[in-house]
Structures are given as structure tokens and as C-alpha cells.
Ligand binder design. Structure first.
Ligand SMILES: Cc1ncc(COP(=O)(O)O)c(C=O)c1O
Length: 320
């Protein structure tokens, strides 16, 4: 599969508040692009896989936390195209039993668990060299899949969103909202956007070094300055509580779209707060990217049941 084979749909996101404020609100269903690698993951992985094949690598090696969407997608998708996969995971071996990592192991991924101090070295040249010696046939991909090849994939994602909006809605969006972790997806969108479009990023981590990293990366690629990132961590990365769950269930009821518990729900919560506060002009066309990540719900199952009971879990699971 190549990026040009990916089919991306734009859906209306019929929220009463958007209608009231005169805003056309749409959602790009990247969560539906592939059953094994959903959302931004497919757009990041495909260019890396193409590079690996061209350069005769037989393995992909990457880094992630124990519930990482990227590790899950890497494991499942790379096996399907005949590549082996290895992951360096932050945390204890016991995590191998969680739904994300057990699916990765089942797909054939080899896991190496490291403590926090070792994981911090994931960008260091000497550590990477050591790993390369240990896995000479592996293409090493940074955490989150966020290599500069991934930036090219996410540039294409922006172009596909515009193309699909033109086909389905007869016009392009003015503002594109995207959840940020490493900021690579956001950077690709900025790189691929038209000059009249603004890319609005919502940072779900407390690590504010992302702002600086994005600025210096984008300086290399584009003159486009129509972008902004703002905090959207709601208590910290992967912090999930009754208020967030109730927000997600309410959105699900209004739109029939299930957001993920870590990235897109926090982005959407901020977007709605901004719509309520009159931050977007009447007549604006606002597109949110559903960047996937739904597999993370399986790791939240017990929490969901504890907070809101079995019925809430059943409402969610039909969309997984
Ligand atoms: C579902 C989902 N959305 C958004 C992001 C953020 O992507 P990026 O790291 O490119 O900023 C991630 C990253 O892992 C993700 O899994």
C-alpha cells in the first residue's frame, strides 16, 4: 500500500454549539483508513516502510510507552507487509500483559523493556549506535514514528484532507485542528497546508519543549507561519477522569463518532471551549483530524467500568 492508495473521508460533526455560532465543523476520519494502522500512524509508517524496503532493512525498531498507539500499529502493520519489528518499551515486563503490548507480541513483535533512565537515552547517538549493532537489519524509527520521513507522510495527509474536503464539501477548511504529542503530525500538516489555512495544535503532554522543536523543524521545511500550538493536557498526559469520559460519551451520542481517550478527545474538548468562547468567526470552516488511537480504549476498560459502569463500556466497545 502507498499513501496514494489511502482513502480519507470527511464527515460532518453535528454539534449544536457549532451550528449556533455559525461554524461548519467537520472531522477527517483518518481513524478509518486502515484496520491495522489507524489515523496518523499509517501516514507516518508508510514512508518509513517504503524506505526500509528500498534499503533492504528486514526489521523496524522503535520506542514507546506501554500503551503506545505507534507501537501497536508498527507491530501489526509491519508483520502484514513481511517486516519484523522490535520495540524498546519504557517500563516493567509486566506491561507485556496489557492489551496494547499483548496484541503487539501476538503480531510477532519483540519487546525490550527498559527503565526510565535508559529510555531517556532514546535520542542519544551512542545508544542508537549500540542498538543498531544489536539489530543490524533494523531501520530505527524514533518514538511516535516521528522521523522526518513521517513528516512527508503527514504533509500528504494535509493534501488528502484538502482534496477530500473539496470533493465532499465543495470547499477547503480555514482552520485544521490536530492533537500533538511529538508535534510531527502537526508539522506535516503545516507543511502541506495552503496559505489561507491555519493549523491549530493541541498539546496533550506537559513537555513544552515541543513548541521549540516544532519551530526549528518547520524552519527547515516551510515559510508557512500560520500555525499555533496550545496546551490541552487536562491534568497531564493520559490523565483520564470522569469528566473526560462523560465528555466523550456526550460527543458520541451527538455525533456517533468515538474519540480516543488520550489525544483526540482532549483536542476536541479544547476546540469546543474555543467555539463557546467565540474564538472562531461565524462562517469559519473548521476541520478536526481524528488521528485514531482507538486501541487505547482496551487499556482503559477497567477504569471506564469503575467510573461509569458496564453500560458505558458497552456503548464504547461497539465502535472499536
Ligand atoms: C491518536 C494519536 N493522535 C495524535 C498523536 C500525536 O502525534 P504526534 O506525535 O505526531 O504529535 C498521536 C501520537 O502518538 C496519536 O497516537
Amino acid at each position: 500500500m502507498n499513501l496514494s492508495d489511502v482513502s480519507l473521508t470527511i464527515d460532518a460533526f453535528p454539534l449544536a454549539i457549532a451550528k449556533k455560532k455559525g461554524i461548519s465543523l467537520w472531522i477527517a476520519r483518518a481513524d478509518k483508513v486502515h484496520p491495522l494502522a489507524s489515523g496518523n500512524k499509517l501516514y507516518k509508517l508508510l514512508p518509513n516502510i517504503e524506505y526500509a524496503k528500498q534499503h533492504n532493512y528486514s526489521q523496524l525498531l522503535s520506542f514507546g510507552g506501554a500503551f503506545s498507539n505507534h507501537i501497536h500499529a508498527l507491530a501489526l502493520y509491519s508483520t502484514s507487509v513481511g517486516l519484523q519489528s522490535v520495540a524498546v518499551i519504557r517500563g516493567e515486563k509486566e506491561y507485556a500483559l496489557n492489551p496494547t503490548l499483548s496484541a503487539a507480541i501476538k503480531a510477532g513483535m519483540k519487546l525490550e523493556f527498559v527503565d526510565r533512565a535508559s529510555y531517556k537515552r532514546r535520542h542519544d547517538a551512542d545508544y542508537l549506535q549500540q542498538l543498531q549493532q544489536q539489530y543490524p537489519d533494523a531501520l530505527i524509527i524514533p518514538e511516535g514514528g516521528s522521523s522526518e520521513l513521517a513528516l512527508q507522510g503527514c504533509t500528504e495527509l494535509m493534501q488528502q484532507m484538502n482534496h477530500s474536503c473539496l470533493l465532499q464539501k465543495n470547499s477547503m477548511p480555514d482552520v485544521i485542528a490536530v492533537a500533538c504529542g511529538t508535534g510531527m503530525t502537526f508539522s506535516g500538516l503545516v507543511n502541506g497546508a495552503k496559505s489561507h489555512q491555519t493549523i491549530q495544535g493541541y498539546l496533550v503532554l506537559k513537555d513544552h519543549s515541543v513548541y521549540q522543536k516544532v519551530d526549528s523543524l518547520l524552519e527547515k521545511y516551510t515559510q508557512n507561519k500560520n500555525y499555533k500550538i496550545q496546551p490541552a493536557d487536562f491534568g497531564g498526559y493520559a490523565k483520564f477522569d470522569a469528566a473526560l469520559l462523560s465528555f466523550i460519551l456526550d460527543i458520541l451520542e451527538q455525533t456517533q463518532v468515538l474519540l480516543d481517550p488520550i489525544y483526540t478527545s482532549k483536542m476536541c474538548r479544547c476546540v469546543i471551549q474555543q467555539i463557546e468562547a467565540g474564538r472562531f468567526k461565524a462562517g469559519s470552516k473548521l476541520l478536526m483530524l481524528h488521528s485514531g488511537g482507538l486501541q487505547a480504549w482496551y487499556g482503559m476498560k477497567d477504569k471506564v467500568i469503575r467510573i461509569a459502569g458496564h453500560k458505558a463500556w458497552q456503548e464504547i466497545v461497539v465502535y472499536l
